[in-house]
Design a protein around this ligand. Structure first.
Ligand code: ADP
Ligand code: MG
Length: 651
């Protein structure tokens, strides 16, 4: 036979495997989710390529995943074997080497950098975020064998079954023709030789529980569990003669028999001699038992996918688990919305939306978000997560969604979908629904959940705002006219008197006669510090609320609204500030101002002369309470904040 090819692992792989094997004990059950997800991917690839290359898949060929649990005899040092087989695309020998022996995934090197400096528990969280894919096998297995046959026939050649083999401690792996010959039609069979300390994973109960929790909702193909069940049953051959004989002497009994016993013992009872009147009833001895091993197959994911279920029957935990396994996030989402609709062009669909607990890591760095958060299905079968030109707008690219259209042909291509306007309609429906979900959360009255003691309602929106607030601001800046107002209403601000204030709330909380929305911008500063600014002293003393802007885009955003609730926006560090309660003490103020004007005229003249060319004007201020002076920007000029921003950009 062909000699085994021996390959050294790349240094990255060696590093990764070290982390996996040494420090992730408490997260080792991820191996099953990762291997099932790979099997699902392989089936998906085969189904999709077979749409155009019919030779890959014969009609009626099954697409499925099988998990076999094989206990090992005691004393072998191994707990047993877990064998995961899929009937997917499979791999050529070159692909076995390339895909399993090198780190092709771009995310994995990021993982390495972060994981090597992290504590064990942090590494665990990282695993959840990155997923370790195939290497997680070594969390539970000393040796791993991957046998595979590609679905595609090589040009002019026959397909062979090859094996990738590696031990957890090995610095190298081997690739060789399978000595068992060809056992697979096409697809991949992964055999894990499970370590003794991981024997729970050979237990069908544990495996079922894991599949149900992590994989059943996100795996579109049937997953079968194959187990060998060994039971003790009465050994009839061994029992019939001796028992009957013994009973002759110790005559029995109208001893009570359960119904279940009746069949198996019927034969024995017939052989008995008639009871004699004078013998006392005795319980017959137990029949000898023997072990019988049966094969049991069962489908683990036989329930319909979560998004076609009635929302009333799905628990929050199930929604969350589905989210985490489908969108590969280790954190629960903040909220979800499950709805049915139709696209307006009579395509009806079901959809499930999620708000994640944080923005995708590349949200701000990538031009167009590369994250494809919308998974489009037709009749429960995955079609694409690349909506091309109809992808969600950048500001809402954090949204995670499943859309399952009921009445489109299964082999529909994305190009066809685009031409029917279906995708464009879906996009606008998703954006609308997401906005109304945000509105619902924002307007929910704050409340405490009696059972958990956790804050809900309005408090939830604080979390949402913390996670995606800056993206909502971006949407308010760039969105269409209709969206602009809705998203503007969803923005929240710190003020000198409160922490979490919406613009509508600000307007209804205004003082009598107030015609301006006051704000003070200080990019990168803390709201608490801004609140102590000299520009706010007098407003604060008079009981006005001032929005405190700390993010670069805040000031531009507010000015892009022009007005809110009939009020204009006023930078309190600029000229043009009007108090609404002017009328109340206007007289007193005017007299005082006149007196001050006369008294300080010489000082003003001197200052103007001294700072000629540096300042435009020197005036007596009515905005200060305790501070002696303030430098303000002209009403029509840039604020100091804007100047700082522009200077930063020119650098
Ligand atoms: P990822 O799935 O993120 O690409 P993995 O480490 O899980 O990373 O898998 C690495 C690669 O190995 C996959 O991209 C795929 O090409 C290949 N692979 C793994 N499992 C299978 C399988 N069951 N069938 C076919 N190819 C597979
Ligand atoms: Mg994978």
């Amino acid at each position: 036979s062909t000699p085994k090819e021996k390959h050294e692992y790349q240094s990255d792989v060696a590093r990764l495997r070290r982390i996996v094997i040494n420090s992730l004990y408490s997260h080792r059950d991820v191996f099953l989710r990762e291997l099932i997800s790979n099997a699902n991917d392989a089936l998906e690839k085969l189904r999709i390529t077979a749409l155009t290359d019919k030779s890959l898949l014969q009609a009626g060929e099954p697409l499925n995943i099988t998990i076999k649990l094989l206990p090992s005899p005691a004393g072998t040092g191994e707990a047993g074997r877990v064998v995961i087989t899929d009937t997917g695309v499979g791999m050529t020998p070159e692909e076995l080497t390339q895909n399993l022996g090198t780190l092709a995934k771009s995310g994995t090197s990021d993982f390495l950098v972060q994981a090597e400096g992290a504590s064990t528990s942090q590494q665990g969280n990282l695993i959840g975020q990155f997923g370790l894919g195939f290497y997680s096998s070594f969390l539970v297995a000393d040796h791993v064998y991957v046998a595979s046959v590609p679905a595609a026939r090589p040009e002019g050649g026959e397909r062979e079954q090859w094996v990738f083999a590696s031990g957890a401690e090995d610095q190298s792996f081997e690739v060789y023709p399978d000595p068992r010959g060809r056992t697979l039609e096409h697809g991949t069979e992964i055999t894990l030789v499970v370590r003794d300390d991981a024997k729970e994973f050979v237990d069908p109960k544990k495996v079922k529980e894991l599949v149900e929790k992590h994989s059943s909702f996100s795996t579109t193909y049937p997953i079968y569990l194959y187990t060998l069940i060994t039971e003790e049953v009465p050994d009839e051959e061994a029992s019939s003669v001796p028992i009957a004989e013994s009973l002759e002497h110790e005559a029995p009994s109208a001893s009570p028999k359960s119904e279940a016993d009746e069949d198996s013992e019927a034969a024995i009872v017939e052989d008995l001699p008639e009871e004699s009147e004078d013998t006392a009833p005795v319980t017959p001895p137990l029949p000898p038992m023997k072990n019988v091993t049966r094969e049991v197959y069962e489908q683990l994911n036989d329930q319909p996918p979560i998004w076609v279920c009635d929302a009333k029957t799905v628990s929050d935990e199930e929604y969350n688990e589905f989210y985490k396994s489908t969108f590969k996030d280790s954190h629960d989402p903040l909220a979800h919305l499950h709805f049915a609709g139709d696209s307006g062009s009579t395509v009806s669909f079901k959809s499930l939306l999620y708000i994640p607990s944080e923005l995708p890591p590349d949200f701000w760095s990538s031009q167009m978000s590369r994250v494809n958060g919308v998974r489009l299905m037709v009749k429960r079968v995955f079609i694409t997560n690349d909506l091309g030109d109809d992808a969600l707008p950048k500001w809402i690219s954090w949204l995670r969604a499943i859309v399952d259209a009921d009445d489109l042909p299964l082999n529909v291509s994305r190009e066809q979908l685009q031409s029917t306007k279906f995708l464009a309609q879906i996009k606008s429906i998703l954006v609308k629904r997401a906005i109304s979900l945000l509105q619902k959360l924002a307007n929910a009255p704050p409340s405490i959940n009696e059972e958990t003691g956790e804050e809900e309602g309005g408090a939830k929106y604080k979390e949402v705002w913390k996670a995606i607030g800056s993206a909502i601001k971006m949407g308010a800046m760039e969105g269409s006219a209709g969206q602009k107002n809705k998203l503007g209403s969803l923005t929240r601000w710190a003020t000198n008197t409160r922490e979490f204030v919406g613009l509508d709330d600000y307007v209804s909380n205004r003082k009598k006669g107030q015609k301006q929305i006051f704000y003070l911008a200080g990019v990168g500063q803390r709201a608490e510090d801004l609140a102590k600014s000299v520009f706010i002293e007098k407003l604060h003393a008079r009981g006005y609320e001032v929005l405190l802007l700390t993010e670069p885009m805040d000031e531009i955003l507010l000015n892009s609204f022009q007005r809110w609730g009939g009020l204009t926006f006023q930078d309190v560090a600029k000229k043009g500030l009007k108090y609404g309660d002017e009328d109340l003490d206007a007289e007193a103020d005017k007299t005082e101002q006149a007196t001050l004007a006369v008294r300080f005229a010489p000082l003003l003249g001197w200052l103007k002369q001294e700072y000629k060319g540096t300042v435009m004007d020197v005036v007596i201020s009515n905005r200060l309470v305790t501070s002696p002076c303030a430098i303000v920007a002209d009403q029509y000029g840039y604020s100091a904040n804007m100047e700082r921003l522009m200077a930063a950009q020119q650098r």
